[in-house]
Design a protein around this ligand. Structure first.
Ligand code: ADP
Ligand code: MG
Length: 311
């Protein structure tokens, strides 16, 4: 990339002093340097967003910057990891200063909110593709896995399901009162980092809801060799989602729509209620494999196909 273009990247991404004590050297050399204190494990994750696959071509760049970072921090949250650094790989069709300014503002605002430093990255030209690698730490042996749910566990979510999915429908033309908060859920998810940290030593298994509650909970079920029964009446839903379900009869939306980025986790039934009072109990882990939901007096089997890129 030519020097002038590189100066632009530097202007938008390298002008922030490092904040987190683990980070010693950030943008500007061949590698970044950081020190993880002994007794901790490093948690590493990557997520990529591709134009016309993960976001619309007319997406607002500041919202893209926010969401790109949020989905990566959400993966750390789901492990109970504390984020401290990210790298950013940008593939851009052209240098657009307005776009870069807005994108970096959305990205860096969320980074500062979580005390995360941007410590490096890569910039290339090509079809718009945005990729982040996020680094976090967990005290040795305390990470929240998918594989450790136990029969008899209660299943919880940290917040409402279906708002982001309905926000996508609003973008596609669904009309309702006050669509703004639905669009905010879709465009600007809040990673449940504090909740993930609070669940260390409490939850048996945990995952973040990116592909939909049914698909993501099914990952816990498969990895743990168990099944689950959910209670429809206990699903936390906004009035907008409840209205949508009543009007459309599409009651599966809050179960299969993605992008909510709440955490779904399981806990022993003996855990004190106080540790869980901010969360919503939606069902129970059972021995029989598969995912079922009790709704209107019937037990329905839930298909758990998430989004498949190559099908
Ligand atoms: P190299 O060719 O040695 O990989 P680059 O020219 O790609 O170096 O990058 C120079 C410096 O700028 C590195 O520290 C790299 O991490 C950083 N960098 C490049 N692109 C980005 C970006 N989009 N966001 C953050 N840092 C970046
Ligand atoms: Mg490079």
């Amino acid at each position: 990339m030519a020097l002038a273009e590189f100066d632009l990247i530097r202007r938008y991404f390298a002008s922030h002093a490092l904040q987190h004590p683990f980070n010693q050297l950030g943008i500007g050399d061949d590698c970044a340097l950081m020190t993880v204190p002994s007794g901790y494990q490093l948690a590493v994750t990557t997520d990529t967003m591709v134009e016309n696959v993960h976001f619309f071509a007319d997406a607002e760049p500041d919202l893209l910057g926010h969401k790109l970072l949020a989905v990566n921090l959400s993966d750390l949250a789901a492990m109970g990891a504390e984020p401290f650094a990210v790298t950013l790989a940008l593939t851009l069709p052209k240098i657009d200063e307005h776009w870069l300014q807005a994108f970096s503002t959305g990205f860096m605002q969320l980074a500062r909110q979580y005390n995360v430093d941007l410590i490096g990255g890569d910039t290339t030209s090509g079809p718009l593709t945005l990729s982040v690698q996020a680094l976090g730490v967990v005290p040795q042996g305390t990470a929240l896995l998918r594989s450790t749910a136990k029969v008899g566990d209660r299943i919880y979510v940290t917040g409402q399901v279906g708002n982001a999915g309905l926000g996508l429908k609003v973008k596609q033309g669904y009309a309702c009162d006050k669509p703004e908060s639905l669009l905010r859920s879709f465009n600007q998810p809040q990673p449940r980092v504090a909740e993930g940290l609070a669940l260390r030593g409490v939850a048996h298994a945990c995952i973040d809801i990116s592909d939909g509650l049914a698909a993501d909970l099914s990952h816990i079920l498969e990895k743990s060799g168990v099944g689950a029964v959910l209670q429809w009446d206990r699903l936390p839903m906004s009035t907008a989602v409840i209205d949508y379900v009543e009007r459309s009869a599409d009651w599966r939306l809050p179960l299969i729509a993605g992008d909510d980025y709440e955490l779904c986790f399981t806990v022993s039934p003996h855990i004190e209620a106080q540790a869980l009072q901010a969360f919503y109990c939606i069902g129970e882990i059972v021995a029989e494999p598969g995912l079922r939901i009790e709704r209107a007096g019937r037990l329905e089997i839930l298909e758990t196909q998430g989004f498949e890129h190559f099908s």
